[in-house]
Ligand binder design. Structure first.
Ligand code: AMP
Ligand code: GLY
Length: 424
């Protein structure tokens, strides 16, 4: 098969790394990719939102399957674009159509879906820019802290959790009236705060059947002990130690099955990954968000635990034959530690030379924000590289990971030393 992966982060490097191992692969392209993906296939200088250029490339290179990494092109309708084009109709796309992508593209849509299909989630109401007074009244019915979510995509920054009502009112005004997150906060979902422990499950679906991938837990805050600003993710572990068979059964019966059934009943065109963010409250799972793609850095621990042929699974998703696939999982633990640039998630410098990769051992290095300048590997983003390691348990995997983290050197290297701390 001739395959095109869209995206340029650590997640896409993990896709490329795994797809490159498939016997079914004839050639892999990654657009735009990064220096890590360049080792797995051919990077192509295309923008992920430039559908016309992607179309031309796919036709010229006779691509059979397009795998969409990030949510943006999905929410903008890349799967619909392929289906409506005569020359692209036969090309498989892994990623939902625009209607399915609304599960991530609109928090209000996701909440309505959850309620309509009786899937456990926090109580909520949504408000538009003319509803400020009503939104304040709803706040009064809740107790702090308050969860305020911009309806649309806000680059992972759209959720704010003020701990007192005055701060919540001020925040609501900024979101709804001052468009703090632009058009994304012209509607806001206010929901009840759920106190518990977070984890995520990942499901592949062809719209009818589904397969559950290994669960994971990521570490979103910049600071140790889970404090400070939100980031794209500073590390992840899989499996998650507190997830036993009883909890997994509840998650499958109460959340995964009704989600896939709901997608079918509502006629959403969905062939791709569904990433379900969960809050476990006293042993009971609640959905806090859907994403219509894999997570980053969760992919960097989930895919290394898949032993079977990912490309076979991806092709089956696109063809609608996922029920015929068998997914084999590695029992070992995988952990990943994200190396980030000093200052991230706020302002940071780029262009710092990265050295020492040749001294790492028994680890997978997934590039995120890296580039080649004057034949040297340099930093090119806030999240620079994910260091993934295996172990017989999480602690062993992390020990190997932290050892390797010391060997990768660049000016301003920062990382969390406490990945997995809450699970020990
Ligand atoms: P989201 O983008 O919806 O995942 O929200 C970002 C983060 O906000 C989550 O990872 C949670 O830590 C937190 N969060 C979201 N919804 C809730 C909720 N209802 N109760 C408590 N925390 C929440
Ligand atoms: N790590 C969280 C995400 O990919 O949304």
């Amino acid at each position: 098969m001739r395959v095109l992966v869209l995206g340029s982060g650590g997640r896409e490097h993990a896709f490329a790394w795994k797809i490159a191992q498939s016997k079914m692969l004839e050639h892999l392209f990654i657009a735009p990719g990064n220096p890590g993906t360049a080792k797995c296939g051919t990077n192509v200088n295309l923008s992920i939102n430039d559908f016309d250029s992607i179309r031309n490339f796919v036709i010229n290179e006779k691509i059979d399957l397009v795998v969409v990494g990030p949510e943006d092109p999905l929410v903008k309708g890349i799967a619909d674009y392929f289906e409506s084009n005569e020359q692209l109709k036969s090309v498989g796309v892994v990623g939902p159509h625009k209607n399915g992508a609304q599960l991530e593209g609109s928090k209000e849509f996701a909440k309505e879906f959850l309620i309509n299909h009786s899937i456990p989630t926090a109580r909520y109401k949504s408000f538009g820019s003319t509803d400020l007074a009503a939104s304040y009244a709803f706040l009064e019915t809740l107790s702090p802290p308050f969860v305020l979510k911009a309806d649309g995509l806000a680059g992972g920054k759209g959720v704010v959790i003020p701990d007192n009502i005055n701060a919540a009112k001020q925040e609501l005004k900024e979101m709804l009236q001052d468009q703090k997150f632009g058009i994304a906060s012209s509607k806001v979902v206010i929901e009840e705060f759920l106190k518990g422990i977070e984890m995520s499950v990942f499901v592949m679906t062809d719209g009818n059947s589904y397969k559950i991938l290994p669960e994971a837990k990521d570490y979103k805050r910049i600071g140790e002990g889970d404090v400070g600003l939100n980031t794209g993710g500073m590390g992840a572990v899989s499996p998650v130690s507190f997830v036993d068979e009883t909890l997994m059964r509840k998650i499958e019966d109460r959340i995964i099955k009704p989600s896939i059934e709901g997608i079918r009943k509502d006629g959403l065109n969905y062939k791709g990954f569904l990433f379900i963010g969960l809050m476990i409250v006293d042993g009971e799972p609640f959905v806090i968000e859907y994403n219509v793609r894999m997570g980053d850095p969760e992919t960097e621990v989930v895919f290394p635990r898949i032993k079977s042929d990912l490309l076979s699974h991806l092709s089956a998703i696109a063809k609608g034959t996922l029920d015929q696939e068998t997914i084999e999982i590695d029992d070992r633990s995988a952990t990943t530690i994200m190396l980030v640039s000093q200052g991230y998630p706020e302002a940071y410098q780029k262009g710092k030379e990265i050295m020492g990769l040749e001294h790492t051992t028994n680890c997978l290095l997934f590039h995120a924000g890296t580039a080649i300048e004057n034949n040297k590997l340099v930093t090119n983003g806030g999240r620079v590289m994910a260091v993934t390691t295996y172990g017989n348990n999480m602690i062993d995997a992390l020990a190997l990971g932290f050892d390797n983290v010391q060997r990768v050197l660049f000016d301003g290297k920062n990382y969390r030393k406490d990945i997995g701390f809450d699970l020990i």
